[in-house]
Design a protein around this ligand. Structure first.
Ligand SMILES: [Zn+2]
Length: 546
């Protein structure tokens, strides 16, 4: 380190860090802007330059608030690390960091984190954060008097904010058009996107009333059945990261649904999801509100499972993923892996050393689980929810066992763009082949209970997935700008061959449906009602047979 740089005023350090973050750690932003068609002219270059100066000035304004001798380095380090990790995920997977993505990040468990670690991440973080952190460590922050530093920082904040305002005015036409046409660009401004998202979440949690969610379904009941009718037994499978257009039942050219094709399932081909991530979709799909009202809700409410439970049904949530996001908090629930831990029937081989299990674990031991539910509730009806691991990325190859790897070679890294597109699609399609198998096992299990129950299976995925289209990977883009790959989800239903509902529903498989229909259709399928129930959203209601 040359003598010249060995000691600097804290606000100068803040400026250097802001310049580093604004220029290098924002490479996903500059790359995205540079590829927009409207940026190809000289005017575009001026805009990108002005935008960069504004981003640096804004970052500096924030850092300058903390630019004192003792605080500048820890705060700068926090900014650098947040920016480096953000740059890695945005640059590698084409995701953006908005409040919804932050919920995903905060809810990520160790297993999911392991799937995301890569040498590329280590490299990016070392380069974008390690290098400047090393320089920071070598540089001394000059001591100044407290009042002088406060004055200096205040000037720095005012001047940099004035510069931001000036740039916004100068570039207003291009800026407003770009922000309107490419909404996701604002969520690429790094690390301000992360801080903004955390701020929004903190504000939201402060605004929502504390305590348990508002009770719903207080008048829930099971409709009367004829004495001869068997109680319903519904297997509700919550899929993970399934893409409707990769199901051969929906016309995909590769044979991904060979087992289900033999079992006469209905495939609803035009279903859209409520969100683009598990954390966003799950609470919304189990709500009675529907996507639009759910987004606007001012407090949390109970969900489908609570209503079924109040109506007297036997409910069980069985999980092979990161949990039920609070949905199953008031109903019986279990992790699939726990049951096979002490099992001697070979089910243990479904789980690896880290405790991650293949989805067949969900089907294993269902007889015992069914028998353990209270008899008086079972007599009204049973809803078993299976929460799949499904096609959870980016380590798709981990989601299918050797026996179901129909398409080879597979992409076996989590840095997806390093793989051939065909190998990436192979690994993904094998997850669908395996889901096909697991759902077929579920149907076969239901058939063994036809004597005592009226069985049915409903499968729907929580959201889709980008597999490199437009350089996007994974999922979680803001709903308004998300590509169809992330919101077009598979939904399947199986009913016994003689069930009169089948032909009536078969006429609706091409209707435009969504997660909005789930709550109401489940109530319809099991013959439950509550004041939240909307006939228009129940796809079985038209059939009027139950
Ligand atoms: Zn998901």
């Amino acid at each position: 380190m040359p003598r010249l740089l060995s000691a600097l005023n804290p606000s100068t350090i803040a400026l250097l860090v802001a310049a580093w973050i604004g220029s290098f750690a924002n490479f996903p932003l500059w790359r995205t802007l540079a590829t927009l068609p409207e940026m190809s002219s000289g005017r575009g270059a001026v805009f990108i330059f002005g935008f960069a100066v504004a981003v640096i000035a804004l970052t500096f304004a924030l850092l300058a608030v903390f630019a004192t001798r003792h605080t500048v380095k820890p705060v700068a380090a926090l900014f650098l690390l947040a920016a480096a990790f953000g740059a890695h995920f945005m640059g590698t997977y084409g995701v953006v960091i908005d409040p919804t993505m932050m919920v995903n990040v905060l809810q990520t468990d160790a297993r999911e984190t392991r799937d995301l670690l890569s040498w590329r991440m280590v490299g990016t973080v070392l380069l974008l954060a390690g290098l400047p952190l090393w320089a920071l460590w070598r540089i001394r922050a000059n001591p100044t008097s407290v009042f002088r530093q406060i004055g200096r920082n205040a000037i720095a904040v005012i001047v940099s904010l004035a510069l931001v305002v000036a740039i916004v005015f100068a570039l207003f036409a291009d800026l407003s058009a770009t922000m309107r046409n490419h909404k996701q660009v604002r969520y690429l401004i790094n690390p301000l996107n992360s801080f903004f998202a955390l701020g929004v979440l903190a504000a939201q949690s402060g605004a929502k009333p504390a305590g348990p969610p508002m009770a719903i379904g207080l008048d829930a009941k099971a409709l009367p059945r004829t004495a001869a009718a068997r109680p319903p037994l519904l297997l509700l499978v919550v899929g993970e990261t399934g893409r409707a257009d990769h199901f051969s039942l929906n016309g995909y050219s590769r044979p991904t649904n060979t087992e289900l094709a033999d079992r006469q399932v209905l495939s609803f081909t035009e279903v859209s999801s409520c969100g683009t991530s598990t954390a966003a979709s799950l609470p919304c799909m189990f709500s009675h509100l529907g996507r639009k009202a759910f987004e606007k809700r001012d407090r949390d409410q109970e969900n489908l499972l609570d209503v079924l439970q109040r109506a007297g049904y036997a409910v069980l949530w069985l999980d092979n993923q990161a949990g039920c996001k609070g949905l199953c908090a008031r109903v019986p629930n279990a992790m699939a892996a726990e049951a096979v831990a002490g099992d001697e029937t070979g089910a243990k081989s479904l789980c690896d050393a880290q405790g991650e299990c293949l989805d067949e674990t969900l089907i294993h031991g269902l007889d015992k689980r069914l028998a353990a539910l209270p008899a008086e509730r079972r007599a009204k009806g049973v809803v078993l929810v299976l929460h799949q691991m499904g096609s959870h990325g980016p380590a798709y190859y981990k989601r299918s066992p050797q026996s179901h790897k129909r398409f080879l070679p597979e992409c076996t890294t989590n840095v997806l763009q390093q793989c051939e597109k065909s190998a990436l699609v192979n690994a993904y399609d094998n997850t669908i082949v395996y889901t096909d198998h697991v759902l077929a096992l579920g149907i076969d299990w239901l058939k063994t209970h036809e004597a005592d129950y009226a069985p049915a299976m409903l499968y729907v995925s929580d959201h889709g997935e980008s597999l490199g289209e437009n350089n996007l990977y994974l999922h979680g883009l803001p709903y308004a700008v998300a590509p169809r790959e992330q919101t077009h989800v598979p939904m399947l239903m199986w009913l016994p061959a003689q069930d009169p509902l089948t032909s009536c529903l078969a006429a609706q498989t091409k209707d435009a449906l969504s997660h909005d229909n789930l709550f109401h259709t489940v109530l319809g399928l099991v013959g439950a009602r509550s004041s939240e129930y909307k006939t228009a959203w129940d796809i079985t209601a038209k059939c009027a047979l139950r």
